[in-house]
Design a protein around this ligand. Structure first.
Ligand code: NAG
Ligand code: NAG
Length: 298
């Protein structure tokens, strides 16, 4: 798989000194040294921005569509364990924890070696659960990655991609990933579409097709983007995110992330090659098992 920024002329590299003349003198000197001794050394020495990262997998037992979903076995292993094992392969995470309100899930996770944070049953969604878990963690973190427990084939590179995007975009509080939208999903309201600006910041998310072609048809030549569930937050932002009042567009589309944009915060988006294989229903389990057998994944 490959990771690309949505826009290749991404702003984050900071290599052009002329556009950075406003930077304090010390930093400019640092950049000059970096050019002399190589970027790796520069990053190693100076990159302190949002460096502490925790991955949180929120998992609840109760679900309207699929009771006990995190514990369902996929080719003999609980789904939550698969998600956790994949997450552990991400190189940017200092720590991976499961956040749950359920004893059975907690026991299962401790059994395969995961760290577990118990959260209250009152958490209304994964974001609130992540926030509560963050408050309960002993160490401080700058970035929280919300790793959906129902994507057992999540690619660790995507986790690393959203983390790095947030580290490289100080003006963003949120980062997430998109992939190419399949034409057959264009008018499926459960597939959320996204449009971004030319620096890879989100402009809008919709359940409708965006952009919308004048012909009222899918334009086969347009690179439509499908939103993937993974998101990472600046931890200071996560503390206030659940308490931000619902906003009109958020309520109309039933999309939490719109609250971020409607409140004027910036969100960085990366584009990845990924086929989403989310597990929402018991039927999805069979589909994903068939796919894994086909690809010899165990
Ligand atoms: C709409 O889609 C068609 C292809 O279906 C494309 O030729 C056209 O440029 C697109 N844009 C507009 C404004 O029609
Ligand atoms: C989570 O649920 C609460 C309560 O319904 C809501 O205010 C909030 O917008 C939801 N989403 C997020 C991202 O916090």
């Amino acid at each position: 798989m490959s990771l690309t920024s949505v826009c290749s002329s991404s702003s984050s590299s900071g290599s052009s000194s002329s556009s950075k003349t406003w930077i304090v003198h010390g930093l400019v000197a640092g950049a000059a040294i970096a050019v002399a001794i190589g970027t790796g050394a520069y990053l190693g020495r100076f990159r302190k921005f949002r460096s502490r990262v925790v991955g949180i997998i929120p998992a609840r037992f109760a679900s309207s569509r699929f009771q006990g979903k995190p514990l369902v076995e996929i080719l003999g292993k609980p789904m939550i364990q698969r998600t956790w094992e994949r997450s552990k392969l991400a190189t940017t995470l200092d720590h991976v924890v499961v956040a749950t309100d359920d004893e059975e899930i907690a026991e299962c996770c401790i059994g395969f070696g995961a760290d577990v944070i118990m959260t209250s049953e009152s958490c209304r969604n994964g974001t609130e659960r992540c926030n509560e878990a963050l408050q309960k963690l002993e160490k401080k973190y700058d970035i929280v990655v919300n790793i959906q427990g129902d994507e057992p084939l999540i690619d660790p590179e995507i986790i690393d991609g959203v983390v790095k995007a947030l580290q490289a975009a100080p003006d963003a509080v949120f980062s997430t990933a998109v992939t190419s939208l399949k034409p057959e999903d264009a008018f499926d309201p459960n597939r959320v579409k996204c449009v971004v600006d030319n620096r890879g910041y989100a402009i809008y998310f919709s359940r409708g097709l965006i952009p919308y072609n004048k012909s009222a048809q899918v334009n086969p030549d347009f690179p439509y983007l499908l939103h993937l569930g993974i998101q990472s937050y600046d931890s200071k932002f996560l503390r206030i995110y659940p308490d931000l009042q619902p906003t009109p567009l958020q309520l109309e589309e039933d999309l939490e992330q719109l609250k971020v944009l409607e409140n004027g915060y910036k969100m960085k988006v990366i584009k990845v090659d990924h086929e989403a294989h989310g597990v929402d229903t018991p039927e999805d389990v069979e589909k994903i098992e068939a796919l894994m057998r086909e690809r010899n994944l165990t």
